[in-house]
Design a protein around this ligand. Sequence first.
Ligand SMILES: NC(=O)c1ccc[n+]([C@@H]2O[C@H](COP(=O)([O-])OP(=O)(O)OC[C@H]3O[C@@H](n4cnc5c(N)ncnc54)[C@H](OP(=O)(O)O)[C@@H]3O)[C@@H](O)[C@H]2O)c1
Length: 458
Amino acid sequence: MPRQTSKPAANAATTKKQRHTKPERTSACRVALIGFGTVGRAVTKILCENGDGSLRLTHICNRNIEEKKQPWVPSDVIWTDDVAAVLNSDVDIVIELIGGLDPAGKIVRSALESGKSVVTANKQLIARHGPELLQLASRKGCQIEFGASVAGGVPVLPALRTGLCGDRLHGIAGILNGTCNYILSRIENARIPFSEALEEAQARGYAEADASEDLDGGDARAKLAILALAGLHTQVAPESIRARTIRAVDAVDFDYAAELACTIRQISRADLKNDTLFADVGPCLVPTDSPFGRVQRNLNLVLTSGQYGGDMAFLGAGAGGDPTAVAVVSDLMFVAQSLSAGGDPKGAGKKDAAGSVSTPGISTPISRPKISSDFETPWYLRFFVRDQPGIVARLAQIMAAHHLNIDSLLQKPGFEKSSLPFVITLEPCHDSMLHPALEEMSGLEFSIRPCLCLPILR
Ligand SMILES: NC(=O)c1ccc[n+]([C@@H]2O[C@H](COP(=O)([O-])OP(=O)(O)OC[C@H]3O[C@@H](n4cnc5c(N)ncnc54)[C@H](OP(=O)(O)O)[C@@H]3O)[C@@H](O)[C@H]2O)c1
């Protein structure tokens, strides 16, 4: 997705016109920060320690503000809990760092309505309302930037908007949730149970007390929707992307995955083919020596595939106050540069005859494709059964009836016969072919846990 405001004008005539509508500014941009939490504090620190003179922090706004005040913040910064007063002030840019949909959405809309540009790290808000907010900003002649909303400090969104906007991207895949990656790579390295890895992540501050949004894929699919908007120019409701949980992954799955020269990661993928966006978030087998297989701890990795430029990779800290703050301050500097150049994004965000929304900076319209999770891949099926004769024959019979080809059968020794894990891998087939067979298998009397079914990404 493009930057909301044009880059410095491409020719002298445009420059003259822009200067006519918005004069170049000579003073620093006035900036208000709303939400003095983990990221807000880190942003304030960078602005106070490392300012280049183009940005001047004027307000810090938070509820219970008296408890938030810090002696290291310059004395001319106004501390307040009055959001309305900040929005009615003469600031040029509002930084929204409170998170969530409400009241963050109201604050962002209100700032844009009054012609103030916005920088936010709020993935939930942008995933659900990004196109609408971009259009509002465009109508009001201001900007909204959200580079920190995906992969924290990894500058993948700015890269999609600028460095890669000359390509025609057709695929994006990523490890977008550091909590899941921490848990899965801990199980991989220490072969501890899922519950123990989760507790450890919570104790280290990598997972919240209720980590459902992370574990069940809600967080990653919101980020994937933003990446699809920015890189594939598609508008997708996050809820329309299938999300599969990592909760069912067991230490034994890493033993079986290793037999296949693979490990397990939560992968978010989106492939645009004609008018369909194939998208999915969930645990997958990936080769141990692949870029995804090598990502450890809570790092993020995004891979893009383009028609002309081929594959690109972006790796780094996907969360944490300081890395995320770098992305926020970079967005602030970009907006300040646009304002100082008298940038005017008006004219962008219009609908074409087919109702597609064009966003500024690219000619490609934003489309609303069909969403599908019907990828064609090889599959890993792990069963836990009560051992008895004829199990494999019964499973093979069901698969044959559904035209599924078995590739291999893996069974490690040393397990109790009352709870025996074994694995069947399948040759490539569509998700839609596999699921009726899985349903039939779920009712079998020897099955003691639902079958874990993971795509194998080669
Ligand atoms: N932390 C990360 O690593 C990270 C990475 C990427 C993106 N983000 C995004 O960055 C944003 C901020 O995250 P964070 O980790 O800094 O969150 P946080 O530590 O919870 O900070 C949020 C701050 O906003 C304040 N706040 C919440 N609701 C408010 C309201 N209605 N009015 C006034 N103040 C309010 C909170 O005050 P109280 O202290 O009183 O609750 C808190 O100080 C979120 O959108 C998040 O998704 C965070």
